[in-house]
Design a protein around this ligand. Structure first.
Ligand code: CTP
Length: 409
């Protein structure tokens, strides 16, 4: 998403300033062009030369320094940038922007920018919790700035609490998400389309304390739901157990077992134009759900667990698929991806399938990235690079739109 884009990285004076190097290297891997603007106090922690060497661009500190490498006006970086990230962001820069002060290159650039500006605060816990800082953060949010909250832990000063710069991987992921949402937000191309999305694993109960499940975290389905909301669509998200929070704006329903998910999908299906089935549904469940905890003493040696087949939700919905509806399936495979997926498209009456080889590095469960194949009814397929799941979510929605659905949109 940020490939070939211009990111302005503002570095302010905190002990976490050195982490900006890691951010730069992550951004470079994505293929972004980076310009660093430092505050005077940031130079006490790290030198402009470090950033210059890492980015290949001069790091700007002084508003009036020689414009050898960049345009004359002090707002030129604001105009050139696609997104601005301030990391680490001190209480001082947050306070200055909230108060409308523009007295150095960074605060001036932020003020002159009409692009998304993202702050990743890092400071002492007591400072972070100070009502003035909290109020300034709220002011920034109200004005449309983005905040990536710090995490908790033991800080450089020895205090414990919230205030540590967020993990660089999280900052990069959030930054890309914010950039994408800003872009997509401008195009509400899913308005009027109703989506039914399933996510997460299912849990098949053995007894009150045990269950069978799988490694799905639900991330893919939640990203799809978020993307739908961002693009103006309506979404009902039916999720198996997941630690993720329900996406804002989605009609959310939590279920536990495959049978519960099946009932919920049948209920919601008539109101949906598109069914996206990203849940990792357990194919089997214990034949008997014990009412009491199974005790070792009551069973000698080995025990047997008899499993019975769960309904194949996607297959069943495929049988009653109404004309004009779009069904998108997922496939987690470990071999013969295309062959197995083509068979699933036919058997489950799908419009297309999103398949991944869960053995591939950076793909499948519990990763923020994935590598997928999009396979069509006619067997044509394309493979993505290793990209963020949120990018895959948008690609899926683009493909749904390509199916020109619905006709009266
Ligand atoms: N699916 C479903 N209900 C099930 C099993 C799977 O709705 N009981 C859906 C999944 O949500 C996914 C698709 O079917 O969209 C394919 O799931 P996958 O586990 O890859 O395939 P299965 O059909 O279960 O076949 P197998 O496990 O034999 O590969």
């Amino acid at each position: 998403m940020l490939q070939g884009k211009n990111v302005v990285l503002g570095v302010t004076g905190g002990i976490a300033a050195y982490k900006a190097c890691e951010i730069i290297s992550g951004l470079k891997k994505i293929g972004a062009n980076i310009d660093v603007i430092m505050t005077r106090s940031a130079t006490e922690f790290i030198t402009p030369y470090t950033f210059q060497s890492l980015t290949g661009n001069p790091a700007i500190v002084n508003m009036f320094q020689s414009p050898k490498y960049w345009d004359m006006e002090h707002i030129s970086l604001a105009q050139k940038s696609d997104i601005l990230l301030v990391a680490p962001a001190t209480a001082n820069i947050i306070g200055k922007v909230a108060a409308g002060i523009a007295d150095d290159m960074l605060s001036t650039t932020i003020m002159a920018s009409n692009r998304p500006v993202v702050f990743a605060p890092a400071m002492n816990t007591k400072m972070y919790e100070n009502p003035a800082v909290q109020q300034n953060i709220q002011t920034l949010i109200k004005r449309g700035y983005h905040i990536i909250p710090p995490k908790g832990g033991i800080l450089a000063c020895g205090d414990e609490g919230q205030g540590k710069l967020q993990e660089v991987s999280v900052i990069l992921e959030e930054l890309q998400k914010i950039y994408r949402q800003e872009l997509q937000g401008e195009r509400k191309d899913l308005a009027g389309i109703r989506f039914l999305v399933t996510a997460g694993p299912t849990r098949e109960i053995i007894d009150p304390v045990r269950f069978l499940s799988n490694h799905s975290t639900g991330k893919m389905g939640y990203e799809i739901a978020e993307a739908i909301v961002a693009r103006g669509g309506e979404v009902k998200l039916i999720s198996g157990p997941s630690s993720l929070s329900a996406p804002k704006g989605a009609d959310f329903l939590s279920v536990e077992t495959a049978e519960e998910m099946f009932e919920a999908v049948k209920d919601a299906y008539p109101k949906a134009d598109v069914l996206i089935k990203s849940a990792a549904v357990s194919d089997y469940r214990p034949k008997i759900r014990e009412a009491q905890k199974v005790k070792k003493e009551s069973r000698e040696g080995e025990i047997q667990l008899t499993l019975v087949r769960n309904p194949d939700i996607l297959l069943e919905m495929g049988k009653i698929k109404a004309p004009g509806k779009i069904h998108v399936g997922f496939a987690a495979e470990t071999e013969k991806i295309i062959e197995h997926s083509k068979e699933k498209i036919q058997r489950k009456n799908l419009d297309f399938i999103v398949a991944n080889d869960v053995t591939e590095e950076g793909a499948g469960f519990a990763h923020s990235t994935n590598i997928v194949y999009f396979i069509d009814q006619n067997g044509e397929y394309s493979k993505t690079e290793k990209v963020e799941k949120s990018a895959i979510a948008h690609e899926i929605l683009d493909r749904v739109l390509e199916k020109k659905f619905p006709a009266d949109k």
